[in-house]
Design a protein around this ligand. Structure first.
Ligand SMILES: Nc1ncnc2c1ncn2[C@@H]1O[C@H](COP(=O)(O)OP(=O)(O)OP(=O)(O)O)[C@@H](O)[C@H]1O
Ligand SMILES: [Mg+2]
Length: 400
């Protein structure tokens, strides 16, 4: 498990026993005897000085016995593990020693193998316990969930989701991109990713650790791919989406969710659980009508207050200017992205997000500005605030 040797202090009132134990351990390359003590008092003094990883402690000793010494060392030096070495017939003492903080015991006589293995096991358990405690002390990472949604297909959701993910990764954020377009997920194409594992595998293999189902993109973004076969997409329910988001949240700073063009229970779940919903629209009449309707629906679902409108393909000659579109919405447009068919076509053809392909293009600059804005707004949030699943109202309960 580790390369450093385990330092050991031997405590026994019989000099011959100390020598024998030293001999037993001399062939264990990963264990080093660093000191000896002849009674409990001596043990406390030397343990303070040497701070050994492990203390082999006899029970019956003059001055201070092994139980009293164990109790004190356990309080003072909790990082040193204590193993009791006793003779037969000290069962009651052994119980007391364990209560005093000893981790294990060995009954004399024991072999070098037994002794070495016990020391190793106890020490490794102690290491794992420390790692776990350290993890528990650190505030749980809890990703901000951003769902990219639209009222109409083909407006640029996947383009925006992939680029926000890549943009945030450029800013050293830990990002997971989840492709919730369960029938026709485009994320792997847009990011030139080979789908080795997908949500369908997570489902069929029994919902194992989600970390093992993420694909690594060279930008640093990790991707949870949608099922590759459209029929398999139907296996994923709103409840699964709930679980997926909860499982992914502790693993990243951001979970970005790309959605399909249809209003599906799974999409709704992702809207419900999001901290932020980016509603993507393009400036034309059909979009305007759909966005207005969509905002009404989201309002009824109590989702409207976290919706931010991103106008994409601004400048495309599609019958409605940005200003006309803006004037007919009773909600501000949060960000706008220019129409840039050349760079997007190139990005799709090469499977590279626009922000990675050419950071200087107009679309890239607008996407980077959007990402920065996201970052800045998040930093205004209370520092250290754990972003929990604030809106755990499921599709079923809301409508039930
Ligand atoms: N700003 C832009 N300028 C020019 N073309 C764009 C822009 N954004 C996206 N596109 C192009 O529009 C098309 C649709 O984009 P995309 O697939 O991202 O939309 P979508 O909303 O995810 O579609 P779907 O609803 O089918 O999932 C793509 O060919 C993409 O390259
Ligand atoms: Mg898409």
């Amino acid at each position: 498990m580790k390369t450093e040797s385990i330092s050991v202090l031997i405590v026994d009132d019989v000099a011959q026993t100390r020598t024998n134990i030293r001999r037993l351990l001399q062939f264990e390359n990963d264990i080093e005897v660093v000191g000896e003590a002849k009674d409990g008092k001596d043990a406390i003094k030397i343990a303070r000085e040497l701070q050994p990883n492990c203390i082999l402690m006899d029970i019956n000793m003059p001055e201070m016995d092994g139980i009293a010494a164990t109790e004190q060392i356990y309080q003072e030096l909790p990082q040193s593990v204590i193993i009791i070495i006793s003779v037969q017939g000290e069962q009651e003492y052994l119980r007391k020693a364990m209560l005093a903080g000893a981790r294990d015991y060995l009954v004399k006589p024991f072999s070098g193998n037994e002794l070495g293995n016990t020391i190793r096991q106890v020490w490794e358990m102690e290491q794992s316990r420390h790692i776990q405690q350290e993890r528990n002390r650190q505030p749980q990472q809890s990703a901000e969930v951003i769902t990219v949604f639209s009222a109409k297909g083909g407006v640029g959701k996947t383009t925006i989701a992939t680029n926000i993910a890549a943009g945030l990764a450029k800013d050293n954020k830990d990002v997971i991109l989840m492709d919730l377009d369960l029938q026709f997920g485009d994320v792997p194409i847009m990011m030139n990713l080979k789908v080795k594992r997908s949500m369908a595998d997570w489902y069929s293999e029994g919902f194992l650790n989600i970390d093992d189902y993420l694909l690594n993109h060279e930008s640093g973004v990790r991707v949870l791919a949608a099922p590759e076969i459209p029929e398999e997409g139907e296996l994923i329910t709103a409840e699964h989406v709930n679980q997926l988001i909860a499982d992914l949240q502790p693993l990243a700073d951001y979970v970005i969710i790309d959605t399909p063009q249809f209003f599906h229970a799974t999409t709704l779940q992702s809207l419900d659980l999001a901290h932020r919903v980016l509603l993507v629209a393009a400036p034309d009449l059909v979009n305007l009508k759909n966005v207005r309707r969509c905002l009404d629906v989201l309002d009824k679902l109590n989702i409207a207050d976290k919706v931010q409108i991103v106008m994409n393909k601004v400048g495309k000659n599609s019958g409605l200017t940005f200003n006309q579109f803006n004037a007919h919405l009773n909600q501000d447009i949060w960000q706008q992205l220019p129409y840039d068919p050349r760079i997007t076509a190139l990005a799709v053809a090469q499977g590279i997000p626009v922000v990675n392909l050419n950071a200087k293009s107009r679309l890239s600059r607008a996407l980077i500005k959007l990402t920065k804005q996201l970052n800045e707004e998040d930093e205004l949030d209370e520092p250290g605030e754990a972003k929990g699943l604030k809106l755990l109202t499921t599709f079923a309960t809301r409508r039930g």
